[in-house]
Ligand binder design. Structure first.
Ligand code: ARG
Length: 463
């Protein structure tokens, strides 16, 4: 093979081009073309800094900048011929820049390496995704707050082990998810703050002898400061791992509510009706309304967690600094981010469109002896029984109701007194589910007044 087949970016000491298989395994342009806007922003900031520091001339910097703007336009319009031979987005952009502006293009890579370049581009991309996740979470939380407000005092069964436990309010259940998604938002905010240091200027790994100004590029690209250690700068992918970890926890929350929607929308529960916009029919069973979007959301965590396991596995045991293994970071994070953003948007749509069946919720709330704890508490409060004894007496009353096939409030006073002689008529006041939820005013409890206070808090926080 002739010398001209060798890569023009690094082919100086190569006499032959790569084998086709080598090219196929080595190239990342198939996916890292997504980093084009970040790559170009980084290069523009770098060229401006090189000129400001007197490392390249102002004319060359101006030519580079104009050329980069043109390349960006070509890529945005789909007018750009990506080349696998040029491996990745960094070399594709630079090669095109050389075609457009000639020699000055060769000065852009002064005091820089693809190692700090890719660390920068990817960090910029992940930082944007943190912002997108935060925005998506805000919208989703608003949808849950709207649901909570509509049914702040609607009663429904609260479950443990998916068995009826105690009555709770719909508003309280909706706000439980707001708490979860608020923590997710906090995780993305924390990750964003931690990743907001600029690796550009670390060069290949050791820094550079050129008199660069890393603070200038860091500021130009919206970073708080430059990274402090050049070795760490090019080998760190914590920001991607943190993003994936936050995404996986968030997707876990999405999958939990998705599962509740699947259960609640079933004919057996009828707690909610999903809108037509978020349901599908069956090609054979005309009565069906399938919660496909919820089922898909229940499953999506698999991809996101898979991406996180994949990247942890790539990074584990890698010696400092850059190794080509790290090129395997991008596809995982791209897929996880796309999946998460779609999931947040789909969940927001489902929650907004959701109609709760207030009557079915109320009917289920009083079934299953859900006020048994209220009864036991009454025995403690009014008759002074130790809680363990009250628990025992209540258990006997539940058994009696069960044997008779009725609910607790349906037992006569005589029947109750048979089991404990001091029980009075007043006990009936705590057997109703509305009274039960209204009494749970302890901080964080399900009482409608607590729910309304918390709704006001979230409305203020979320704007
Ligand atoms: N495409 C590479 C990546 O994604 C860019 C960095 C290449 N650096 C190198 N020394 N080969 O990681």
């Amino acid at each position: 093979m002739s010398k001209t087949s060798a890569n023009t970016m690094w082919g100086g000491r190569f006499s032959a081009g790569p084998d086709a298989i080598m090219e196929a395994i080595n190239a990342s342009i198939g996916f890292d073309r997504r980093l084009a806007p970040q790559d170009i922003s980084g290069s523009r900031a770098h060229a401006a800094m090189l000129a400001a520091c007197g490392i390249i001339s102002q004319q060359d910097a101006a030519a580079i900048d104009a050329g980069l703007v043109q390349v960006e336009g070509e890529i945005a319009r789909g007018d750009f011929a990506f080349s696998t031979a040029l491996e990745d987005i960094h070399m594709n952009v630079e090669a095109r820049l050389r075609e457009i502006i000639g020699t000055p293009a060769g000065r852009l890579h002064t005091a820089r390496s693809r190692n700090d370049q890719v660390a920068l581009d990817f960090r910029l991309w992940v930082r944007e995704q943190c912002d997108a996740a935060i925005e998506g979470l805000d919208a989703l939380m608003r949808a849950f707050v709207t649901q909570a407000e509509a049914g702040a005092d609607w009663v429904m069964p609260g479950f443990t082990h998916l068995q009826t436990a105690q009555p709770v309010t719909w508003g309280h259940h909706m706000l439980a998810y707001v708490e979860m998604f608020a923590r997710d938002k906090g995780r993305f905010q924390d990750a964003r703050a931690r990743m907001n240091e600029c690796p550009l200027g670390a060069a290949a790994l050791a820094g550079t002898s050129f008199p660069i100004d890393r603070h200038m590029t860091a500021a130009a690209l919206g970073f708080d400061r430059p990274t402090a250690n050049s070795l760490d700068s090019v080998s760190d992918r914590d920001f991607a791992l943190e993003f994936l970890s936050a995404a996986a926890i968030c997707a876990t929350h999405l999958s939990r509510f998705a599962e509740e929607l699947v259960i609640w929308s079933s004919a057996q529960f009828r707690f909610v009706r999903m809108s037509d916009r978020f349901s599908t029919g069956s090609s054979i069973m005309p009565q069906k309304r399938n919660p496909d979007a919820a089922e898909l959301l229940r499953a999506k965590l698999g991809r996101i967690l898979g991406a996180s396991v994949a990247l942890f596995t790539v990074m584990k045991g890698l010696p400092l600094t850059y190794s080509k293994d790290m090129q395997e970071d991008k596809e995982q994070v791209f897929d996880a981010a796309d999946t998460l953003m779609l999931g947040l948007a789909a969940m927001e749509g489902m929650v907004r469109d959701l109609t709760a069946n207030r009557d079915a919720l109320a009917a289920a709330a009083s079934a299953g002896f859900s006020t048994a704890t209220d009864l036991a508490d009454w025995l403690v409060r009014e008759l002074g029984l130790p809680f363990r004894e009250a628990h025992h007496v209540t258990g006997a009353l539940v058994k009696l109701a069960e044997d008779k096939g009725c609910d607790l409030p349906d037992l006569s006073l005589a029947e109750m007194q048979n089991i404990h002689g001091q029980i009075t008529e007043a006990v009936y006041s705590v057997l109703g589910v509305q009274n039960s939820v209204a009494s749970r005013t302890s901080y964080g409890g399900t009482a409608p007044e607590n729910v309304r206070t918390r709704i006001a808090h979230w409305k203020e926080v979320l704007g």
